[in-house]
Design a protein around this ligand. Sequence first.
Ligand SMILES: [Zn+2]
Length: 144
Amino acid sequence: MGKSVVIILSLIIATIISFIGALPSLLWGLSLVNYFSTASIIFAVQLFIGGAWNYYVDMKNLREQRKIDAANELVDSVQNIQICCAYCGAINSAAILVGDNNTFECNTCKEINSVILSCSAARTTHPIMPKAELANIFKSIDSE
Ligand SMILES: [Zn+2]
């Protein structure tokens, strides 16, 4: 069902509820003008409640989406590494997350290992052939 169909159906239902809801004002002997104004007030109240409800649902969906995005980001941050067991030396595959207490159970000896991350610095390397030199070579090839 399309969104416009839902809106039209909602408006039709709200109109019917308004006219039925305003019926007691006729029974109490009020004029037709009073009946229509009562129906209009009931209609406006329904629009307000509907709008507030839609806002609430949208905000709720937005919060859920943020949670899903955060969870996806976390999953994307997990790194799979090959690491030797500290007990038997067997190579295991482990999923680790930087900033987390990472452990894994050895596939061979079943011992629980803690993963310790260490960082080290290295000099940045430069390509043996600078980009400008490569561009010159390409240019000379093109002009042949
Ligand atoms: Zn082991």
